[in-house]
Design a protein around this ligand. Structure first.
Ligand code: F6R
Length: 616
């Protein structure tokens, strides 16, 4: 949420900042702005709306400076106005600052600064922090040998409660930039005599693949030639420069209309990547390098607890189901946001897994910290190397699906389903699952990219169905057992990108309330695969049809329905129970994508949403 980019180097900063902002736009698109040091002062431009508006506005300025900062906003404090857009300048014009996060004690600091003669143009917490830096700069010049600019930022941050990823420039320190983080991501790209700080690797990857993942409480002071990292308490930090394994290609549309479309179609390859090298040599189980748990320790686990938010929580629900079904171990999935405050009684020897694509979701991080505080081991299923969750867990499983840029999660979700299924196998094979069943399970997992490819081939037909239903304003998604979470996911996908009201329910629960919604105006999407409850699902469809509700049925090859029961049938290949949730997800991803396109919605930037929710 909110993206920041800062640049120090030899090139025109504005060009690099605007390019970086375009790549971070998925983090927020209420407004955008940039500030550049030139002619001994700060020149800036900011505009409500998309980065495109800022690009137009920037043409009215003559940005030539080589040091600058920029921001794309997801509004928290203050409405969506030009005045509230970042960067914010201190009232003495000595600092410009961009910020991702929330300063919780901004109101008391503001009161103090007003008493000291500082003035404010916006309603934001960010402007307060910028003036606090100016206050320290004016009042307390740093000791000889220390940058006064750097020390003023540090002093201001020591008074701040809340979260921040910030980048600051000061005309009295030309060619310098100070950036810091606590609770919001910040990465330093290390180029050849140029440096870029950004909220996400995507903003800097076209310039360098060498990065330093800053940690909470660290401050980086950048000059055109070098950088220094220290803590707020002035302790030096030795930087670790990592190499990013993907390149700019992965963050391009490559001919697709939207990142969501691209990421849906990338799923066969993404799933291959998530399982590569993760099967035992005898082909009967899954293995993971990063769990940091020996088999004996693993066997002693008496409960699995899966925590996540949104789509990741749906993956947790499937993992819960598969662990119980195949490994016969008690498991539960909980919203990370609820778990962190629920103070749930925990006993025995549970193992926690947090699921997070970004690795920065604040509620998931809060839940992780709560479980760790209580002395439990917490592992992660995570797609972002160097993320806060990756760093704070005791180990885990990387997804390796490449950057997910579409705000609506797709490939990260199916990869999490796959990893959940592999985990269930890993645990099951330590318990009661036979070698032969293990081999069958592994073969099913290995076959899943081909099955997904097969469903993707039905995209034109699903598009045609989507166009016929796109005018509806209410939908139900109904499934049972491992497909109940997929019903939730289908409803979430549809509502977030097309703004259609949609609810996911266990199919049998429909008659306990939601049935009141059924009419010819409210289509239901049913998951009715073959299996022991197939007939029960057919009965649920009958109940909908009896009330004139249109029914779109997603079923497995070979299943037969009474004539006229389903208005539309989408067939998926018959497959192993462990991979069924993955295969069944594809039609609802396509359905919601094409419905959103038919309604001319901005699929990659749905209103009010932003990827990576770093505020509570
Ligand atoms: C929905 C979606 C969100 C995320 C949720 C958690 O399409 O993307 O519901 O799944 O915000 O995000 P991560 O996985 O980054 O923790």
């Amino acid at each position: 949420m909110c993206g920041i980019v800062g640049y120090v180097g030899r090139q025109k900063a504005a060009t690099i900042l605007l390019e970086g902002l375009k790549r971070l736009e998925y983090r927020g698109y209420d407004s955008a702005g940039l500030a550049v040091l030139q002619n001994g002062r700060i020149d800036f431009a900011k505009k409500t709306g998309r980065v495109g508006n800022l690009v137009k506005e920037a043409k009215n300025h003559h940005f030539t400076g080589t040091t600058g900062i920029s921001h794309t906003r997801w509004a928290t404090h203050g409405g969506v106005t030009d005045a509230n857009a970042h960067p914010h300048l201190s009232s003495d014009d000595k600092f410009a600052l961009v910020h991702n996060g929330v300063i919780e004690n901004y109101s008391s600091i503001k009161k103090f600064l007003v008493s000291q003669g500082y003035t404010f143009k916006s309603e934001t917490d960010t402007e307060v922090l910028c003036n606090l830096i100016a206050y320290h700069y004016a009042k307390e010049p740093a000791d000889v040998g220390e940058s006064r600019f750097l020390e003023s930022v540090r002093k201001a941050l020591r008074h701040v409660e809340g979260t921040y990823g910030i980048a600051v420039i000061c005309p009295e320190a030309p060619g310098e930039l100070v950036a810091a983080r606590k609770g919001s991501p910040l990465i330093l790209g290390v180029g050849d005599n140029e440096f870029i700080v950004a909220s996400d690797v995507a903003a800097l990857i076209s310039h360098t693949q060498n990065v330093v993942y800053l940690k909470d409480g660290e401050v980086v002071h950048v000059t055109p030639k070098e950088f220094f990292i220290s803590t707020l308490d002035q302790e030096d930090v030795s930087p670790v420069v990592d190499r990013v394994t993907w390149d700019i290609e992965a963050a391009e549309l490559n001919g697709y209309a939207h990142f969501m479309e691209k990421e849906i179609f990338e799923q066969p390859a993404a799933l291959e990547n998530s399982m590569r090298g993760r099967f035992s040599e005898d082909g009967s189980t899954a293995k993971f390098g990063g769990l940091n748990l020996g088999p004996v320790e693993f066997r002693q686990i008496d409960r699995f607890v899966f925590l996540g938010c949104g789509t990741a929580w749906h993956a947790c629900l499937v993992a819960e189901h598969l662990l119980e079904r195949f490994a016969r171990v008690p498991a539960e999935a909980d919203y990370a946001s609820e778990f962190r405050y629920r103070n749930a009684p925990l006993s025995g020897n549970p193992l926690f897994f947090v699921f997070s694509q970004s690795g920065e979701t604040i509620d998931t991080l809060g839940a992780l910290r709560e479980a760790k505080r209580k002395g439990y081991k917490v592992l992660a299923v995570n797609n972002t190397v160097g993320s806060t969750i990756a760093r704070e867990t005791d180990g885990g499983i990387y997804q390796y699906v490449g950057p997910e840029i579409g705000v609506a999660s797709t490939k990260a979700f199916t990869s999490q389903l796959l990893i959940g299924a592999m985990l269930a196998l890993h645990v099951a094979r330590m318990r009661d699952m036979s070698f032969a069943d293990g081999v069958e399970y592994v073969n099913a997992l290995k076959g899943v990219p081909a099955l997904v490819r097969h469903v993707l081939e039905q995209a034109p037909r699903i598009k045609e169905i989507a166009h016929r239903y796109a005018h509806h304003t209410d939908f139900l998604f109904l499934g049972r057992l491992s497909l109940f979470p997929i019903a939730l996911e289908g409803a979430l996908k549809l509502k977030e990108i097309s703004y259609i009201h949609a609810e996911g329910y266990p199919a049998a629960e429909m008659k306990h309330g939601p049935i009141a919604l059924i009419s010819e105006k409210c289509p239901s999407v049913f998951f009715a695969p073959k299996g022991e409850i197939f007939n029960k699902l057919v009965s649920s469809i009958q109940e909908v049809k009896a009330r004139r509700g249109p029914a779109i049925v997603i079923t497995t090859e070979g299943c037969e329905f009474p004539p006229g029961l389903a208005d539309d049938i989408i067939t998926i290949p018959d497959c192993h129970e462990a991979v069924l949730p993955i295969v069944a997800t594809i039609p609802v991803q396509l359905l919601s994508y094409y419905i959103a396109c038919a309604r001319k919605c901005d699929v990659d930037k749905p209103r009010n949403l932003a990827k990576s929710v770093t505020v509570e």
